[in-house]
Design a protein around this ligand. Structure first.
Ligand SMILES: [Zn+2]
Length: 77
């Protein structure tokens, strides 16, 4: 589940801030995005499962935060 992946990445310091290159410390407003959220509009055949989250850097002097569906791009392996 995406929420667990995000939590784990933050706990382990693998979520990277693109601004200061430090580890992201917090996240906010996690929303699961899936077909059932769609209100009859669009193509119901689409299997788009994902999650949107606001990532908050939280490091000193860094104001970076981003609301994104592509949070996995900030996770380092
Ligand atoms: Zn930062």
């Amino acid at each position: 589940m995406a929420l667990n992946v995000i939590k784990k990445a933050i706990e382990e310091g693998k979520m990277r801030c693109p601004e200061c290159k430090g580890s992201v410390k917090q996240f906010d407003k996690y929303v699961e995005t899936c077909d059932s959220v769609w209100d009859g509009a669009g193509d119901s055949g689409l299997e788009t499962k994902g999650a949107k989250v606001t990532l908050i850097c939280g490091n000193d002097k860094c104001e970076w935060r981003e609301r994104t569906e592509y949070w996995s791009e900030y996770i380092e392996d």
